[in-house]
Design a protein around this ligand. Sequence first.
Ligand SMILES: Cc1cc2nc3c(=O)[nH]c(=O)nc-3n(C[C@H](O)[C@H](O)[C@H](O)COP(=O)(O)OP(=O)(O)OC[C@H]3O[C@@H](n4cnc5c(N)ncnc54)[C@H](O)[C@@H]3O)c2cc1C
Length: 372
Amino acid sequence: MIYDVIVVGLGAMGSAAACHLARRGMRVLGLDRFTPPHAYGSSHGETRIIREAYFEHPVYVPMVQRAYELWRDLEQASGTMLLRETGGVMIGRPDSDLVKGARHSAELHRLRYQLLTASEVRAQFPALHPENDMVAVWEPRAGVLLADACITAHLALARRCDAELRYEESVLRWEPEGNGICVLTSQGEHRGRQLVVTAGAWISVFFPELPLRIERQVLFWFSDAGAPEIFAPERCPVHLWQFDEHRFFYGFPNLGSGVKVAFHHGGQTTAVDTVQREVEQTELEDIRGALRRFVPAADQELRATTVCMYTNTPDEHFRIGRDPQNSRVLIASACSGHGFKFSPVVGEILADRAQSKPPRFDLSLFDTNPPR
Ligand SMILES: Cc1cc2nc3c(=O)[nH]c(=O)nc-3n(C[C@H](O)[C@H](O)[C@H](O)COP(=O)(O)OP(=O)(O)OC[C@H]3O[C@@H](n4cnc5c(N)ncnc54)[C@H](O)[C@@H]3O)c2cc1C
């Protein structure tokens, strides 16, 4: 059998790519070295934030708007709740990258938003205690994606559309063969006309020349026993904070497992297969310090931790494009800690590229530095 497309890695991006390709009637083989969804890459930890007033760059706004449509479409197709809109606040000093960037995107794309003072935030969202010189950009459509359920839904729909998905099968390498590609795995060989590589933090194994930094990130869940009502999703939006030039953290309402919080960046550089999974006492103290300052009612008993990986590019924008060494190979990865929300739209972009359709979005930001 010669597949139209072989997808390497079935995490957030690969599951979406396999789904979009298979829904278009292409013959798809998806391969993963583990059994997704799993806890070894970048997509675990129960939940991910989705937000529209994108502080990183306004070019992401039309993409995230399309992602909202595709998440809702996936909910319909799978009969599963995947996205809960809680609203979101981006909190920092008025001239911080976070506040300035979110306002810029909101203004440029005429998004609904409000600028709140610190006392307005404290009054409306009593779990959140910004300092007096901070402000917040509130946006109504931000919310929570249920990460495992999203991947499961994409994979199930891909399978329903006749994609073949093989788990616990590691891709070792590939080579050009005639008009296609031969993929060598831990189990044998597969042939396809095109390859989509969505191997997350492992992308650097296949493309060592990519200037990527794998960063260890720790997630924490705390009890809300002191004041459960203020962490309910109706009272507590998703929240992202910039409290120093280079220090960000974020948090979620309690959706049942406790109050989830984490720093965004600031983690150790790691090798992908030897990431330290144990959490240090100093890391716990560091996050407790942020909680005591900004979310004091969550400075309670620690419920759980987990370790996850960011795959960072130097400019922290994604990389989506063809491998310059082999035009049959498409790459999508390096989502620098903010890619999950986009996974269905990245899947759609990859399916368009595989079918040589013109791009729907301005993707120039993502291949300004060619992958090799
Ligand atoms: C702690 C944390 C918090 C985050 N928070 C957010 C957030 O709130 N909002 C947001 O939008 N984004 C967030 N992100 C970023 C987002 O989760 C990632 O950008 C996204 O999950 C990356 O998906 P991926 O498909 O590239 O990688 P993964 O989901 O890790 O998938 C890669 C897959 O490739 C497989 N694979 C690797 N090598 C091989 C091989 N040789 N053969 C076969 N299979 C292979 C792996 O097993 C894995 O399943 C966060 C990331 C982390 C780590």
